[in-house]
Design a protein around this ligand. Structure first.
Ligand code: AMP
Length: 546
């Protein structure tokens, strides 16, 4: 075949830093918090280079993982750039996970050095201090007066940066397939699994987000990713902002609804993304006049509640939009949109359509497949397992267990979601086959919760299901069968879980049953349990961790 004659330039992250500095040196990165900070890309870029030299000075080997436990902040952005641009792998970690999961993740990734916001240090220090692998913990002072442990491994971010000069980064990353960042996702069974993004996938994904039918991000935007930077690169939004030169507004540790509402208004934010729990909490605090600049609210990671979207439309004139994705998919695969085929729809129907996942972004393919592997018709009604493929989609998991079962023989990712696709390529999520509960945008493994409940000798068996919850999206309901003759109360079950799982995993609802219904093959009939318990109202008051 005749070869093209275009330049063979790798798609790597240093190009984003160069673009932000050269073309958008005057555009800003703003971080909220007790003392708000504002820096231009012209100011951030030299700090990124000095940070790369810090990693050299600390002796972090090429290809090693650098862990971060941090809010959405300028320093986190600096890590987003310096770590991959100097040939290391950025490993963002969710500090809200249970201690055992954090320990597993840090060990599995073999994090050499971890960077921690001072306000998060009390959670993280006991876990990383006991790790044999972590050589240094670099503290980023984000305010507050959390005492610092007296330990030689503890270093100060600003002090380390001050010791370095602004020189070019020594390493040239010229392999676009080199690993850039790592993010763990909850598996249906067993331990969390690592998804390892390449420079190429991150760069392509940042470009996808700019598409007019995706988020249409451009230089005039002020982009506020509320989705955490520890989760799938904050949907790639910080990188997309660098590509297009949008201002970046980051909440820092100020994540309370009233603080977020004020941040969005103060900085005339035009685009923001968060899970629905955040949008629900924010609504009462939104000053419609103050947030008149908002042109697009992305609500992803779960379904959009139409009543909430309607309330937004009534309050500030724009509905919520939806997007579908997973950690394994960078994450954005589909975004909701109106096409020329939808022009005749009523206003209500248009809003409802914008609340569905929408259609695939460029370069990405979706299909739904029956249990016996046959692709289903695109008729909008025939469900099947959603499978996805493209250059921003994982081909395997990181580590010894590559998760072969999650990929088809022709290389598509099996998502574990059940969906339909219509003739225009619009996706609808019908159900989930994976046994996970998504609460406030974060995962609860029903299998782990079941095991924790069944560790109680008074319990014969336990099945955990996710039921729709107006506040958190989903909450777990524990269906528990006590050992015959044993006196077991709902409070006993909750009390037993207290030290075993993160507090926000503990179900408000525990149903004590005589038996758990089973399928023909002897598995728990979770669909049946969901049907049985989904409609019964019960208050959910337990706080999501902050
Ligand atoms: P995560 O890997 O934590 O980002 O979670 C990915 C999963 O979240 C998907 O496989 C879905 O089960 C769920 N999810 C993400 N986006 C949506 C959406 N728009 N509608 C319904 N479920 C979603």
């Amino acid at each position: 075949m005749m070869r093209g004659l275009m330049q063979d330039r790798p798609l790597t992250l240093p190009s984003l830093l160069a673009r932000a500095e050269r073309s958008f040196g005057h555009k800003r990165v703003i971080t909220g918090g007790a003392t708000e900070t504002v820096a231009t890309w012209a100011e951030v870029a030299p700090r990124v280079r000095r940070l790369a030299h810090v990693l050299d000075a600390l002796g972090v080997p090429a290809g090693a993982c650098v862990g971060t436990f941090a809010w959405n902040s300028q320093r986190h952005v600096e890590l987003y750039l310096a770590v991959p641009s100097s040939g290391r792998v950025l490993h963002t970690i969710n500090h809200r996970l249970h201690a055992d999961q954090i320990r597993f993740i840090v060990d599995d990734a073999a994090d050499d050095v971890v960077f921690v916001d001072r306000t998060i240090l009390p959670v993280v220090w006991p876990l990383v201090a006991s790790s044999e692998r972590v050589r240094h913990v670099v503290v980023m002072d984000d305010g507050g007066d959390v005492p610092l442990p007296d330990d030689p491994r503890l270093l100060d971010y600003e002090q380390l940066l001050a010791e370095q000069e602004d020189r070019p980064i020594a390493v040239a990353v010229d392999d676009e397939d080199a690993a850039a960042s790592l993010c763990y996702t909850s598996g249906t069974t067993g331990n969390p699994k690592g998804v390892l993004y390449s420079h190429r996938s991150v760069v392509l994904h940042s470009l996808l987000l700019l598409g007019a039918d995706v988020f249409a991000l451009s230089e005039g935007d002020v982009v506020a990713p509320v989705v955490p930077m520890f989760h799938v690169n904050a949907w790639g939004l910080p990188y997309a902002a660098m590509q297009c030169g949008a201002d970046l507004v980051l909440p820092g540790p100020a994540t309370a609804p009233e603080e977020l509402a004020s941040l969005l208004a103060r900085h005339r934010v035009t685009f923001s993304a968060a899970v629905s729990t955040v949008w629900r909490d924010l609504l009462p605090h939104l000053d419609p006049a103050g947030v008149g600049s908002l042109r697009h609210i992305a609500c992803g990671g779960g379904a959009v509640d139409d009543a909430l979207s309607q309330a937004y439309e009534a309050a500030i004139g724009i509905p919520l939009t939806n997007a579908w994705g997973m950690t394994e998919t960078s994450p954005v695969v589909t975004t909701s949109r109106l096409s020329t085929s939808h022009t005749g729809l009523s206003a209500d129907a248009r809003r409802r359509l914008l609340g569905t996942p929408g259609a695939a972004v460029p370069l990405t393919e979706i299909r739904v497949v029956s249990d016996d592997g046959v692709e289903q018709p695109r008729d909008g009604t025939t469900p099947g397992e959603l499978q996805v493929a493209g250059p921003t989609i994982a081909s395997a998991y990181f580590g010894a267990d590559a998760g072969a079962a999650s990929f088809t023989p022709d290389g598509w990712l099996r998502t574990g979601d059940v969906a339909t696709i219509d003739d225009l390529g619009y996706l609808r999520i019908v159900d989930r086959t994976k046994d996970l509960v998504k609460s406030g945008g974060e995962w609860i493994s029903s299998v782990e919760l079941e095991n924790a409940i069944m560790a109680d000798p008074r319990v014969r068996e336990a099945a955990v299901i996710g039921v729709a919850d107006p506040r958190w999206g989903e909450r777990p309901v524990a269906c528990v069968v006590p050992v015959p003759g044993v006196d077991l109360t709902v409070d006993d079950v909750r009390e037993h879980l207290r030290d075993r799982v993160a507090s926000w995993w503990i179900p408000e609802r525990v149903e004590l049953l005589g038996e758990i219904p089973r399928t023909a093959t002897g598995k728990w009939a979770k669909q049946e349990l969901r049907r049985q318990f989904a409609r019964e109202d019960a208050p959910t008051t337990s706080p999501q961790p902050s």
